[in-house]
Structure formats: C-alpha cells, structure tokens
Design a protein around this ligand. Structure first.
Ligand code: BT5
Length: 348
C-alpha cells in the first residue's frame, strides 16, 4: 500500500473529509486525491462523495488496507493473496530490521506446522504472522503464543463459534456429542450406543478420534524467534485459522469458522479483533495467564502429553508463567511441562 493511500484512509477513518482538506493534509494535489479515491473504488471500497466530503461507506471483506482501516493496534499489514508461508515472509522482514508488521494471506502454499509438520492453507483462510520485538528473554516467548491463542479464541467466540484452547497452541471447537461409529460387525451405526451396554456383540465401538482429543482443530500457532541468551531479537507468532474454508478443503480432524457458523465470517473484523487482543495482552503480560485460563479447554482435563523427555499422563490442573502446563499425575506428583503435544483423554 502506498503512503498516500494509507494516509488517505487514516484521514477518512474518523468520518467525512472534504477533498481540498484531504489534499492539504496529505500534501498532494486535489487531482491526486481523486485518483486515489477512484483506485480504492476499483479495489472494492465504497466511497461516497457528498457535501461533507468523501466518506467510506463500504470496506472490502479482506485485504491489507481493509484490516488497517479502523484497526485499534499499532500494526502495519502486509497482505498477500497467495504466499508460500507468512512466517517465512515475516522472517525476511525481521532480517530487514522491521517490527510491528503483520503478514496476512488468503492462501498459503507451503505453510509450516511445528516440528517440521505441514499446515494446509487453502484459499479463504486467515494465515497471519505477527513480527514483534519484545524486550524479554527467550525463555518468556511461550507467553506470546498463549496471547495469540486467546486472541483467536476471543474473536471466534465473538463470531458465534464456541472455541477453546488446547494447550499449548491449538484452538479447537469441541463436538457436542462424541461421534460413535461401528468399526466391525453388521449393525447399523444407530444401534451402537445400545450395543456398548452389552458384552454379547462382536462390534467394536470407536469414539471419534478428534472428539477424544478434545475437538476439531480450527487454528494452529507456530511461534518462531531469534535471540541471544538474555534477549529476544525478534519473535513471530504465526497463526493459521480455517476461516472461510469449505469442508472439502479441510484435512481430517479440522473444522472452519464457515462450517461452524453455516455462513462466512467477516475476516477483516476477525483479524482486527485478534490483533487488538494480542496487542492489549502483549502490553500487559501479567494479564495473559488469566485470559488464557478463561479460554482454555485443557484445565481440569485428563491429558497425555508427549514431551521430549517422555510421556506424562494425569490431570491438567493449571498453567504457569511463561506457559508451562501443570499436570498432577496418578501418583500425586506435580509435573511442570514446558513443551510437548497434548491429548485430552476421557476421564478414567
Ligand atoms: C500447528 O502445528 O498447529 C501450527 C500451524 C501454524 C500455521 C501458521 S499459518 C501462518 C503461519 N505461517 C506458517 O507457515 N505457519 C503459520 P502442529 O501443532 O504441528 O500441527 C500440525 C498438524 O495439524 C498437521 O500435521 C496436520 O495434522 C494438522 N493440520 C494441517 N493443516 C491443518 C489445518 N488447516 N487445519 C487443521 N489442522 C491442520
């Protein structure tokens, strides 16, 4: 986006402004203002000209200028219709010394998950990477992943989707009823629940794997960073949200805002709310844990966590700064888990 366009939209964000005044404020000619307005209209903006001046009446559903318009957080948006990985692009920007830039894409063709896993990124998503330079030691970085997860969950709930966080970095939508299917035998699936009461059947009941794990995945977060022993140089929470992604494009075990709502979500508003929450929380890190607890599905659950040091099973009882999960094991030990893959188990 050009500086003139950005300044023009910033001026119009608070209401109508007359053409001559815009030209004055932007230090350009009235013809240049008119040209910018025309090109915004071509890009899908509704801009009315009345006696009061130019007024924005319609904002595109997605795009860099659209997300910046009315955004109450100090981020610049770099938008791509399609990109390999927004995290990769944010790393390039970090190399150029930038900060507080958010890379956003509609489609991602080489998205990355954690531990060399992939992230599928069909069109209609919100793929975003927030490049920040917090003044903290590297050990504190997990707290920013938690803040991003709160941002997504809060925005999803505001959009009418009952999302919650699975430690450490997934946002899930739980299935109301675990799906039960017959894995063997010839009974109709509808009889499955009854069969589970008797031992006389050969049929095997299988709880839907995702329901068992705590729900369907709406969003995943990959946080990358670079730093020295005592200070972070840059930090990039990369957030993949299945927003207006149709069911056929989703991997197994995933859901989207579109599927859950039955209608598309306004991705501009969603992204703005996510960034505003993230910004509010990063400036008050003390508040992040409480906000996370409020939005978490994991606390109070029986969990199995695969950690680099082995498997831990027990009840997830709390989260501690900077994002460690506290698990009470069956023999009464309190384990503090800082990294790993977590699975929600059914109660024993
Ligand atoms: C994550 O990894 O969940 C982190 C994903 C981060 C993606 C964002 S998009 C913007 C930014 N740019 C990037 O290149 N990456 C970030 P992990 O916990 O390892 O989960 C990965 C697993 O989730 C995969 O192995 C699949 O099983 C599953 N998966 C892949 N794509 C998915 C999708 N679109 N929705 C739900 N699950 C998916």
């Amino acid at each position: 986006m050009t500086d003139t366009r950005r300044a023009l939209l910033a001026a119009l964000a608070d209401g109508p402004v007359a053409g001559p005044e815009l030209a004055d404020r932007l230090h350009v000619s009235r013809a240049a203002v008119w040209k910018q307005v025309e090109s915004l209209r071509e890009a899908g903006w509704g801009i009315e000209s009345s006696d009061d001046g130019y007024r924005v009446v319609d904002v595109p559903e997605f795009g860099g200028a659209a997300i910046e318009f009315g955004l109450d957080a100090p981020f610049e948006i770099e938008f791509h219709d399609s990109i390999g990985s927004t995290n990769e692009r944010a790393r390039e920007l970090a190399g150029e010394g930038r900060k507080d830039v958010v890379v956003v894409a509609d489609e991602q063709t080489a998205g990355r998950g954690r531990l060399d896993r992939g992230w599928s990124g069909p069109p209609g998503g919100i793929y975003t990477s927030i490049l920040i330079r917090p003044d903290v030691p590297p050990a504190h970085t997990p707290i920013f992943t938690l803040a991003a997860a709160v941002g997504v969950t809060r925005a999803a709930r505001e959009a009418g989707v009952d999302a919650s966080i699975k430690w450490p970095n997934d946002v899930l939508v739980s299935s109301a009823e675990p799906e039960v299917t017959l894995a063997a035998g010839s009974k109709a699936a509808g009889d499955a629940a009854n069969e589970s009461q008797s031992d006389s059947s050969d049929d095997v009941l299988v709880l839907d794997n995702n329901a068992e794990r705590g729900g369907k995945k709406l969003c995943g977060i990959l946080t990358e960073m670079e730093g020295e022993a005592d200070r972070v140089a840059w930090l990039i929470p990369g957030i993949g949200i299945n927003a207006n992604v149709v069911g056929d494009d989703l991997p197994d075990g995933a859901t989207s805002l579109l599927l859950e709502r039955g209608e598309p979500v306004d991705r501009r508003i969603f992204t703005q709310r996510l960034l505003e929450t993230f910004d509010e929380l990063r400036s008050d890190p003390e508040s992040i844990l409480d906000a996370w607890r409020e939005h978490a599905a994991t606390l109070g659950q029986r969990v199995r966590v695969e950690t680099p040091g082995g498997e831990i099973v027990g009840e997830a009882v709390d989260v501690e700064f900077p994002g460690a999960l506290i698990v009470e094991t069956d023999d009464g030990e309190r384990e503090r888990v800082t990294a790993g893959d977590c699975e929600h188990l059914r109660p024993v």
